[in-house]
Write a protein that binds this ligand. Structure first.
Ligand SMILES: [Zn+2]
Length: 84
């Protein structure tokens, strides 16, 4: 299922790098540079389930007050290529 339109107002969704807060085990984790879709009309933010799962994993692996999603993605790809 892929929603190209806002579920609230049917506005147009565009890709953005968002700053969001994710609830992880009752703790609020701030995350920046999160790939998300935002409605151009009502500003509703849509973050993929898969991305949320990555954030939860990164919060464990790279504890920080504000997690940088883009930086964690880089770290992961560097780690993956150094194994090869
Ligand atoms: Zn909307």
């Amino acid at each position: 299922m892929f929603f190209r339109k806002c579920k609230k107002c049917c506005g147009k969704l565009v890709l953005v790098d968002a700053d969001i807060e994710v609830d992880i085990g009752g703790k609020t984790q701030k995350v920046k540079n999160v790939p998300a879709k935002q409605c151009t009309e009502c500003r509703n933010l849509v973050v993929n389930e898969y991305v949320i799962e990555r954030i939860k994993q990164y919060a464990r692996d790279y504890p920080a007050d504000i997690l940088d999603f883009a930086e964690c993605e880089n770290e992961e790809s560097v780690a993956a290529s150094s194994i090869l």
